[in-house]
Write a protein that binds this ligand. Structure first.
Ligand code: URQ
Ligand code: ZN
Ligand code: ZN
Length: 526
């Protein structure tokens, strides 16, 4: 054989070697599965998962179908998808397959009342995932009034995340820099909602003038304004009055900020939003008084979203009178958990569409932190747990009681939130192309909710109930199964949210009608 023949053989061998190396690499990345362990687990870069035989539930429809997942996305939703090699099969026969929950209202690692909420973005998200919630929207706070600094701080806090999340941003004062930062956050940083506190006088509270400026800016940017609605001046007065009567324990908390103050602020915010012609989102609607305001506005055609939270839906204020301080303090949050009757009204409003979605206001403080207010209820850090329990408790309270259908359950725990914050159908749906955030819920499952076994760092738990979510798939990976969590610190993703969601559709026409209805200025001869 001549030199040229040898060269050709060498070239061919080299090509073969390269081909072999490529095949092995692709195999390692995509196909090799570790079979044999009790928990068959694919060590794939992009797991392939087939959920078989369940009832797939979306907000508008349910059907028996299989769901095929690959590359972190839902690929196929159809009956009888063929099982293939290298694909992990999850049997969902007799169970519901639903979009993962989205919690629109959390406070992880939030500095508040001299303390910091005791779940960070990792422990709080572990809790969320084990309870079937696969995305949450956390409230970032400005740093010394600076929104841009606050945003950067929250980005750092969230580096440890293990699931998808987004941010709302709070506005706690008004000036040109705040307005500029709002614009920057909306146009460049994926924020499409801003929260205004009408309570917490001396710290987070804004005046009506600031609220108005904020609402106007939100409207211009296509961002949803949100309010914590309590009359902060009157709350301060109520606190002084109740403490002055010698009532220093946790029962002083609800007595000092009664429903009428929540109703007043809710009505005021709604009227200011009407004046500006902007949509409005009222967070943690806790009382009939606030509910009535939301209901009236919606009946008149105003775009007002009302968000009850799990504590308000499922509990009443009786525990605040518990003789044991530790027990009573667990239930201190604002607006307060109300007397018997309010939660039933909130449930009814949720079932009839007057209220739209359920949050948690997850803002846990442990017993040591709560003890700061042992001799003065005004110093008890406000906040309760819920991110881990929300899906279970809402199931019990709303579906098991017969108040709503399973499709409505999906709507109020996931889809409505995705639509309001403009991330549907990437989130909030089991549809081809949607993110593979999926849960398998067993309506007959019975796992006790308890402070001994929960995943939050809080050392107490205000809920009693039964767990129903058996499997949680987040970003296309099984992260919760057989009551075991498998999560990776740092794998969470920030989900940017675009402005001008559906709540803004047609607002310009309302503005135009308003302008043309004025019949002014009148031309007068002087
Ligand atoms: O008001 C809120 O949403 C925060 C600051 C959490 N605490 C609470 O009691 N709701
Ligand atoms: Zn609040
Ligand atoms: Zn909150």
């Amino acid at each position: 054989m001549g030199t040229s023949g040898m060269r050709t053989i060498m070239m061919m061998l080299l090509l073969l070697l390269i081909l072999l190396l490529c095949t092995i690499t692709v195999g390692i990345q995509n196909e090799i599965c570790l079979v044999g362990s009790e928990n068959f687990e694919c060590a794939q870069k992009s797991p392939k998962i087939l959920i078989k035989g369940g009832t797939v539930v979306n907000a508008d429809h349910q059907q028996i179908a299989d769901v095929y997942i690959e590359d972190g996305k839902i690929q196929i939703v159809a009956p009888d998808i063929k099982e293939m090699e290298g694909v992990r099969v999850i049997d969902a026969t007799g169970k519901f397959v639903m979009p993962g929950g989205i919690d629109p209202h959390t406070h992880m690692e939030m500095p508040f009342m001299g303390e910091e909420s005791c779940d960070d973005f990792f422990s709080g998200q572990e809790a969320a995932l084990s309870g079937g919630t696969t995305m949450h929207i956390d409230f970032a706070l400005p740093h010394n009034g600076d929104l841009a600094e606050g945003f950067r701080l929250w980005v750092q806090k969230a580096e440890k995340s293990c699931m998808d999340y987004g941010f709302h941003m709070a506005v706690t004062k008004w000036n040109d820099k705040v307005a500029q930062d709002m614009e920057w956050l909306v146009k460049e940083k994926g924020i499409n909602s801003f929260k205004f506190f009408m309570a917490y006088k001396g710290s987070l509270m804004v005046s009506d003038e600031e609220l108005l400026q904020g609402f106007k800016k939100c409207k211009e940017l296509g961002a949803v304004p949100q309010v914590h609605a309590e009359n902060g001046d009157a709350v301060a007065e109520g606190q002084a009055r109740i403490f002055g009567l010698g009532i220093t324990g946790p029962e002083g908390h609800p007595l000092s900020r009664p429903p009428v103050l929540e109703g007043e602020a809710t009505g005021r915010a709604i009227k200011l939003a009407k004046f500006v012609n902007t949509p409005l989102y009222v967070v943690h609607v806790m009382s009939i008084d606030a509910l009535d305001e939301v209901s009236r506005a919606r009946h008149s055609g105003q775009r007002v979203i009302g968000e009850p939270v799990v504590s308000g839906l499922a509990l009443n204020d009786s525990k605040l009178w518990d003789p044991d301080f530790r027990t009573a303090a667990m239930y201190v949050m604002s607006p307060p958990i109300r007397a018997v009757g309010h939660s039933q009204a909130l449930q009814d409003a949720l079932s009839t569409g007057i209220l739209q979605l359920v949050g948690t206001d997850h803002c846990p403080f442990n017993s040591k932190q709560k003890a700061l207010g042992k001799h003065d209820f005004r110093k008890i850090p406000n906040g309760v747990n819920g991110v881990e329990e929300r899906m279970h408790i809402v199931w019990d309270v709303m579906v098991n009681s017969g108040k709503i259908s399973v499709t409505d359950y999906v709507r109020i725990t996931s889809t409505a939130c995705a639509k309001i914050f403009n991330i549907y159908p990437q989130k909030g749906a089991v549809l081809p192309g949607s993110d593979a955030d999926v849960i398998v819920l067993n309506p007959n499952a019975e796992t006790k909710i308890s402070a001994k076994t929960h995943h939050s760092r809080i050392d107490t738990n205000i809920y009693e109930g039964w767990g129903k979510v058996e499997v949680t798939i987040s970003q296309g990976r099984v992260v919760w199964e057989n009551e075991q969590l498998t999560v990776e610190r740092g794998s969470g993703r920030y989900i940017p949210m675009k402005p001008f969601g559906y709540l803004f559709d047609g607002l310009d026409k309302v503005d135009a009608t308003y302008m043309s209805s004025m019949q002014a200025p009148v031309n007068r001869n002087f």
